[in-house]
Every structure is written in structure tokens, then in C-alpha cells.
Design a protein around this ligand. Structure first.
Ligand code: XMP
Length: 534
């Protein structure tokens, strides 16, 4: 049994980062909504509790309180931003609305020699006060300490920027230690989790493989599992993990919709069927997909068609497998590569409002329709943990650290109507771009430009432009290169790729891919543009 930290989410944009930092300290933690029941908190049996920030204010939000059990359990509690304010409000202090919002960089002075901040500082003032460089984002602030608390930190505009009741193990900070702009944030969270809460740092990927394998064996017993393999990181790691656990009891279904990258289908088969000796059924459905997409140019309509056909094809294969094939009695489980951020996003929908900008491709609802039980072995893991797990399972580094690829594939990278001719040109141009990103290294960091970008790809524009080649005039298609840097894919900057790299890529595409005579570079950030063009 791992020691666990409970993170209560009051709706901040950065709550997930708290969990990331705690897990980086090798301590297991989970995020749950702030309004879980007292019984839930007691049963969770946390070693400590962290209260997140919020977009709300303590006045507006009467229901945004920590459950009473948080204060009754006798475990350390850390309040962050709104978490500090609710701690003050619930324990007898006072909170007031600030006249101005404080947002961004601040320097905080430490007071009172608390265990949380002892020895943690960025610099000292001439008078010898320890100072922290932090990131603040708040309107309200605590104006009176609750009984039993002492001052732990202050800034000129926020006199109570941190408070502590060391006897009870309660600490709170108005700034955000979970963001990287707070230089000592990681040290502070580690101090809280490891020293103050005394949690064991036993969340280690090596052990996780063994635990996860044991859990899958227990859950599945001698039954059979089917899994939709897309070639993406999550489904690949899930497949490798489940295969490690139950071998032949797993069947992977790989639906090739004809909108994959160059040689991608063969690579997936080579890895799973070839190297891992997993049972993989490859369904070549490219004609079906391209047929249904003919004449359709609206982006949302294209997505819906691809999503629907994908589910249909998968369902048909799953139904066959459910009935059982030679030597197999039939699947009772459907495995999915759901990861922790997916779980939080669907569970935390109550406090978060999201508009659908693009309808994303997913297979929700499938297990019920198929009458299958769900197996989701990556549900507890963040993306980088999934990658670490993939490497621990022996998947190739290049596969595990691949840029994300959208479910509808090249279908959303060919603008307007999708045609096989366009997909074939795009595949070749894109492969050249990716190959050169992997070849070019940034001298300062020693990293390749593939690793320095979060996502990079080529977009096919169905317009023709004039060019000259040799002595002749050409009239051919245009492609756009897209490369972005982002940490969360919600916002993104276009990458400042070296001109030498762009030059090499454009030269190679125009020379090697007959049918394309012009290459452009997309210099739009998100927002207002999105990462994909459709
Ligand atoms: P946008 O274009 O919305 O993309 O800025 C953000 C991230 O999401 C990916 N994306 C998708 N992934 N199905 C997916 O599985 C989709 O329909 C889809 N649309 C966009 C995109 O590649 C980027 O990483």
C-alpha cells in the first residue's frame, strides 16, 4: 500500500501541476473535487491534504469549502492560493476582496522560521531575511490569521502571503508553488510531502510495472481482452503492459483508416506482432474511409464521419472476437489507454466549463454497447509517467516520445476534401519534415529539433501555385509546415526553427515530392489559431 496525498480541486487551471510535482517526489497522489464527502476523505486515508487554488473568490462561492473531515483527520494540510483563503475562512480568520488583482512575478519574504520554509530561499536581503521568487495570481487575500496561526510569508501588497499552525501541521501560501515560475516551488512541495507529512517516496515506475501486471492478472483472471491499437503512445503502452500481464489472452485490433503517416501501419505491426509477439488483427479499412469521405469538405463533418466509421469497424471486429475465434473463448473486456488527465477532465466537468472548439475523436460509450467490461490500466498515470512506463516495458524510445497524432489523422491535415492522391503526397512531405527535425540539433542544448518541439507536422493545401523547375513551368500543390512548442496543448507558440532546417526541408520536399512546388511555414500561435488547421 502506497502512502497517498489527497489533492482537493477548487477549480484552478493548474491543479494538475500540484499532482505532477508530488509525483515527481515519488509520492502517490490523487486529485478529487473539493466537494467530496467527509466519508470519502476518511476512507481515502491520506497522509496529507493539499487544497488547490480556484478561479472563484471566497465570497462568491459558499459551496467552495473543504469538507469538515479535512480538519478532523489530524493530518497535515497545505493550502495554496484559494486553498489558503478557505483555510483561513473555515478556521476563524478573515478574507477580503483585494482592490487590485495581483498577477505574476513577486518576491516574498519568509517570516517566523517555519519547518516548511526552513533553509528554502532564493536570496537573502541585506538584513538577512530569506526571500522567495514566486508566481502570484489572486484578487482576494487573507487579512486576519485564524487562531493558532503565525505569519509565514509576506509581500508589500499582501502582508499575509503565507501562514502556519505548526502544531497541527497546517501551512498555507498565497502564491503558487506548483508552477515552475516559483523557483523553490518544487522544494517547498517536497518538504511538505516528504518531511512534514512523512509520506514514503515509493511511487517508482520500476515497481509500478510489477504492481500493474499483478493488478491486471487479478482483474482479468482467465478471461480475454480486446484493445484498439492506434499506434499512439497511450494505446501502445497499454497494449504492451496488458500483453506483459496476460500474453495471448489479449487481442489488439489495429484499424488502418488510410490516414496514417508514412509506413506507420507497418511499424505498428512490426513492433507488436513482430517483436512483442502479441496477437494483432490489422484491419485495412482505407477504402471504406476514403469512400465515405469523398465529396465532404467541412472539417466537423469529416471528423464525425471518421469517428463514426472507426467505431463501426472496431465494433464489427470486437463482435467477432467476442464470439470467440479458434482457440479463444471470446473477449469479455475492452481495454483503453485512458490516462489520468482524461479521468480528471471528465470527472471535474462540474467546476470547469469548456467549449467544444473541435469535436475530438473518442470511443466513449463503446463498452456498454458491446457489453464488455472496461480495463484501463493507465488511469492513474500522467503522460510522462506513461512514457516512462513504456520505456520500462521495452518499447522503443522513438515510439514512446513521439509527438501526439490526432485520431482523425491526416484527415484533419488535408484541408477540405480528402483524396488518396493528397494523402500520398502529404505522407511523403511530412516524413521528410520529421526526418530533418530528427537530424538537426540545437547546439546550445544538444537536443534535436524533434525533441525541442511538442508537435510538428505538414499540412496539405489543395491549391495550386506556379513554379519553375529546370526549364519548365510547374503548377502544383502547396504544403505548410507547422511546428509548435507547448506544455499543455491549450496554448502554443510556433517554434522558431532554424532557417537552415527550413531551407533543407523545403528543398527536399520540392525536389523529392513531385506534385508539390511550394512550402510555407505557419507562424501562428494558439490562440487565436489552433495547432491543427482543421
Ligand atoms: P488543436 O488543433 O485543437 O489541437 O489546437 C490540440 C491538440 O489536440 C490534437 N487533436 C486531436 N486529437 N482527436 C485527437 O485524438 C482529434 O480529433 C484531435 N484534434 C486535435 C492536436 O493534434 C493537438 O495535439
Amino acid at each position: 500500500m502506497h502512502d497517498k496525498i489527497l489533492i482537493l480541486d477548487f477549480g484552478s487551471q493548474v491543479t494538475q501541476l500540484i499532482a505532477r510535482r508530488v509525483r515527481e517526489a515519488h509520492v502517490y497522489c490523487e486529485i478529487h473535487p473539493n466537494d467530496v464527502s467527509d466519508a470519502f476523505v476518511r476512507e481515502f486515508a491520506p497522509k496529507a491534504i493539499i487544497l488547490s487554488g480556484s478561479h472563484a473568490s471566497t465570497y462568491e462561492a459558499e459551496d467552495l469549502r473543504a469538507p469538515q473531515a479535512v480538519w478532523d483527520l489530524g493530518v497535515p494540510v497545505l493550502g495554496i492560493c484559494y486553498g489558503m483563503q478557505t483555510m483561513a475562512a473555515q478556521l476563524g480568520g478573515a478574507v477580503e476582496g483585494g482592490k487590485t488583482r495581483e498577477f505574476g512575478y513577486a518576491e516574498v519574504r519568509a517570516h517566523g522560521h517555519t519547518r516548511l520554509l526552513d533553509g528554502i530561499q532564493d536570496f537573502a536581503t541585506a538584513e538577512g531575511h530569506g526571500m522567495l521568487k514566486v508566481w502570484m495570481s489572486h484578487g482576494d487575500k487573507v487579512t486576519a490569521l485564524p487562531p493558532g496561526f503565525k505569519l509565514m510569508a509576506s509581500t508589500p501588497s499582501c502582508p499575509i502571503a503565507g501562514m502556519a499552525d505548526e502544531a497541527r501541521g497546517y501551512y498555507a501560501v498565497q502564491f503558487h508553488p506548483e508552477v515552475t515560475h516559483t523557483v523553490q516551488g518544487r522544494a517547498l512541495l517536497e518538504r511538505f510531502v516528504l518531511q512534514i507529512a512523512g509520506a514514503k517516496p515509493d511511487w517508482v515506475m520500476r515497481d509500478h510495472v510489477e504492481e500493474a501486471v499483478a493488478r491486471i492478472r487479478e482483474q482479468v483472471g482467465d478471461e480475454e481482452v480486446i484493445l484498439g491499437l492506434s499506434g499512439g503512445v497511450d494505446s501502445s503502452v497499454a497494449a504492451a503492459l496488458i500483453h506483459r500481464a496476460i500474453g495471448e489472452q489479449l487481442t489488439c485490433v489495429f484499424v488502418d483508416h488510410g490516414l496514417l503517416r508514412l509506413n506507420e501501419g507497418d511499424m505498428v505491426m512490426d513492433m507488436f506482432a513482430g517483436k512483442l509477439h502479441a496477437r494483432v488483427i490489422r484491419v485495412d479499412a482505407s477504402e471504406l474511409f476514403l469512400g465515405e469521405l469523398a465529396g465532404v469538405s467541412d472539417p466537423e463533418a469529416k471528423r464525425k464521419i471518421i469517428g463514426r466509421l472507426f467505431v463501426d469497424v472496431f465494433k464489427a471486429e470486437a463482435a467477432k472476437l467476442k464470439a470467440g475465434t479458434e482457440g479463444h473463448k471470446g473477449a469479455t473486456f475492452l481495454a483503453q489507454g485512458t490516462i489520468y488527465p482524461d479521468v480528471i477532465e471528465s470527472g471535474g466537468a462540474k467546476t470547469k466549463k469548456a467549449t467544444t472548439i473541435k469535436s475530438h475523436h473518442n470511443v466513449g460509450g463503446l463498452p456498454e454497447q458491446l457489453g464488455l467490461k472496461l480495463l484501463e490500466p493507465l488511469r492513474d498515470l500522467f503522460k510522462d509517467e506513461v512514457r516512462e512506463l513504456g520505456v520500462a516495458l521495452g518499447l522503443p524510445h522513438d515510439m514512446v516520445y513521439r509527438h501526439p497524432f490526432p485520431g482523425p489523422g491526416l484527415g484533419v491535415r488535408i484541408l477540405g476534401e480528402v483524396k488518396k492522391e493528397y494523402a500520398d503526397l502529404l505522407r511523403r512531405a511530412d516524413a521528410i519534415f520529421i526526418e530533418e527535425l530528427r537530424n538537426f540539433r540545437d547546439e546550445a542544448s544538444g537536443k534535436t529539433w524533434y525533441d525541442l518541439t511538442s508537435q510538428a507536422f505538414t499540412v496539405f493545401l489543395p491549391v495550386k501555385s506556379v513554379g519553375v523547375m529546370g526549364d519548365g513551368r510547374t503548377y502544383d500543390y502547396v504544403v505548410a509546415l507547422r511546428a509548435v512548442q507547448t506544455s499543455d496543448f491549450m496554448t502554443a507558440d510556433w517554434a522558431e526553427l532554424p532557417y537552415a532546417l527550413l531551407k533543407k526541408v523545403s528543398g527536399r520536399i520540392i525536389n523529392e515530392v513531385r506534385g508539390i512546388n511550394r512550402v510555407t511555414y505557419d507562424v501562428s500561435s494558439k490562440p487565436p489559431a489552433t495547432i491543427e488547421w482543421e
